[in-house]
Design a protein around this ligand. Sequence first.
Ligand SMILES: Cc1cc2nc3c(=O)[nH]c(=O)nc-3n(C[C@H](O)[C@H](O)[C@H](O)COP(=O)(O)O)c2cc1C
Length: 223
Amino acid sequence: MTEISLFEAIYTQRSIRKFTDEPVSEEAIAQILEAATKAPSAGNRQPWEFIVIRDPQTRQIIGDYYLKAFREYKARVLEQAKTLPAAREQVARWERRGPPDAFAESLSTIPVLILVCLNREKLGVLHDDPEQPGQIPSTYASIYPAVQNMLLAARGLGLGSVLTTLHCRYEQEIKALLGIPDHVQTVALIPIGHPAVRFGPTTRIPVQQLTHYERWGARKEKG
Ligand SMILES: Cc1cc2nc3c(=O)[nH]c(=O)nc-3n(C[C@H](O)[C@H](O)[C@H](O)COP(=O)(O)O)c2cc1C
């Protein structure tokens, strides 16, 4: 495997939703999880835990929940597209590239699914409380950097992955299936496999349109 630079990994890490059947080694999964645990978290509480799922029957059940959630989500996006420009653009992208149904239908066939869990007990925050200023951002900011590390580590190893959250619609069912306790929340489901399509570049809004200097709305002069 050829090593790639950090910036090449960042610039080309995109959602991979098509995989080959090639198995993913235990060593690669261990490296991805090790990278996850290097992420920052509030107070260094490290509230992450991971369930590595390879069992075909478990993948099938989770895949079925995902597909159900995806169909509900797709119907909602199509409804939103009637009034919301961002949803209209999303639907236009689906039309250009083909809708993401195939991925949802194939989730159970992807070699490894990693369920990223947030152990809320470690944060001392068992439930989101909108009345507590900053608590909700700090809770989720204590787990998604670890997820991003996983995506980048997978890219570095030449493996494809995608951050998914649709399973959360059936979180209670999935928690019961896997014996996950109440104080643990499942925040991401990351399929990992050898990509059957190419990595990035990603399509993003130019940073100049998103950067303000000293005050909101103050842009840099061109040149
Ligand atoms: C919070 C969040 C939730 C997401 N959930 C899903 C998901 O459930 N299913 C999916 O296929 N992609 C999901 N994605 C991936 C996004 O669709 C993807 O990152 C975005 O379209 C940009 O595409 P790219 O990663 O290929 O550049 C999610 C991304 C984020 C950040």
